[in-house]
Design a protein around this ligand. Structure first.
Ligand SMILES: [Zn+2]
Length: 414
């Protein structure tokens, strides 16, 4: 337990080395294969597009590496120097009730991260995305979205922090009732987000409308009926105000199952392609992927709460950090788990998620009696989105929640 700080620093450095090396390996892989097109895409990708794909992905990777370095240097400077204990005790001296101090503790950190991220996000949208024709944001529209993002996150963070501080009190000793009770509350909160998300959060960022095209709407109704899945709503989101990126997603559980199609998808893809993508999303519902993801998350939450209750019932681990206030201790525990433990578990979770994508693709193929429409949509996505066609296999395994388009097309053709 006395070694907690050392273990923290060791794992933190190990993560940086692994994470950074993989980013470099992936970048070099892209550079090495620049100009090479996988045979199945040979007809689709011309030299001009290929050059665009390579330079877009290289630009995003360079930006990703820069972002990674800035973030990690700042975290190191904040956590492992005197800044963190000084900040924590400064909050502790503010004449406010304990809960408000806790809220302020997290709010200032969140606000600072938001401010640091702001110029980088600006460069991403108005530098990289604009250069390749993806950005549709006006500067005001973008800033407004960033502010909404901060507001939504503050509300969610505030809710969670108040609940956590109420649950933890100022000090306690380890007991299993606490673990089970804490897990129960966290689980209930997580489940309720499944309902809240499509109904309350998505509409904050998008104007949502039903499908207006009569022909498409009719075909969608037939497809949904044939699939046998009860979907509450299929809505079109106005992504075109933000970017030209096309996407579709499945959200909500139980009676609130919702499929969201970006207008950038509906307007630029053929009816058959849209239906194939919709069938893929229905596949996520039919194969109960959200339920399975929730089960994995519930298990993750249990591990986190067990770990947190165990660690927080002991003051020794935090002594080396010079921290004795509960919100400071909780923040460290949370970071240790979310940044370090989660990083090393991530490849396992990604394998599950990638398997779900293959299953949803297979469902689309089964529902439409052919894989061609989805394969054609995926190929179109590569071209329209300038998707990386030369991802390093290790990088794909560890970081990608979706298998690469090429693997998916291959599976559909198989
Ligand atoms: Zn999917």
């Amino acid at each position: 337990m006395e070694q907690f700080k050392n273990i923290f620093i060791f794992l933190f450095c190990l993560r940086i080395v692994i994470d950074f090396s993989l980013k470099i390996i992936n970048f070099r892989h892209l550079k090495k294969n620049a100009g090479r097109v996988p045979p199945m895409l040979a007809e689709l990708v011309d030299t001009q597009t290929l050059r665009q794909i390579d330079s877009y992905n290289a630009a995003k990777m360079r930006f990703g590496i820069f972002h990674f370095l800035v973030k990690n240097i700042l975290v190191v400077l904040f956590l492992f120097t005197a800044v963190f204990p000084v900040y924590t005790s400064w909050i502790g001296q503010i004449p406010l009730p304990y809960y408000l101090q806790g809220f302020l503790f997290f709010f200032i950190i969140q606000g600072a991260v938001w401010l640091i991220e702001l110029p980088m996000a600006y460069y991403f949208h108005f530098g990289i995305e604009a250069r390749f024709g993806f950005n549709q944001y006006t500067r005001t529209g973008w800033l407004f979205d960033c502010l909404k993002d901060l507001l939504v996150n503050t509300v969610i963070m505030g809710l969670v922090v108040l609940l956590v501080l109420w649950f933890l009190g100022t000090s306690f000793s380890f007991n299993w009732t606490k673990v089970i009770f804490g897990w129960f509350i966290a689980f209930a909160l997580m489940l309720s987000f499944n309902f809240i998300f499509p109904v309350m959060i998505t509409p904050i960022f998008y104007r949502l409308k039903p499908v207006t095209d009569d022909s498409l709407q009719g075909k969608i109704a037939v497809l949904v009926a044939r699939s046998g899945l009860k979907i509450k709503r299929i809505l079109v989101a106005d992504e075109s105000r933000k970017s030209t990126h096309a996407n579709a997603m499945f959200s909500g559980i139980g009676k609130y199952k919702t499929v969201i199609l970006f207008d950038t998808l509906v307007n630029n893809y053929s009816e058959t392609e849209i239906l194939a993508i919709l069938a893929h999303e229905i596949g996520h519902g039919k194969r109960k992927h959200l339920l399975k993801i929730n089960t994995i998350a519930a298990f993750g939450l249990f591990c986190f709460i067990l770990f947190a209750v165990y660690l927080l019932s002991n003051s020794i681990p935090f002594a080396a950090f010079g921290i004795n206030l509960m919100y400071g201790k909780f923040y460290l525990t949370y970071l240790f788990f979310s940044e370090l433990v989660a990083f090393f578990v991530q490849p396992i979770v990604m394998q599950f998620l990638q398997k779900f994508e293959y299953e949803a693709d297979a469902f689309s193929k089964q529902l439409l009696h052919q894989g061609e429409p989805l394969a054609s949509a995926l190929k179109k996505i590569i071209i329209h989105e300038l998707g990386n066609i030369n991802i390093h296999p290790w990088y794909e395994k560890i970081y990608y929640s979706h298998p690469s388009m090429i693997r998916r097309i291959r599976a559909l053709n198989g």
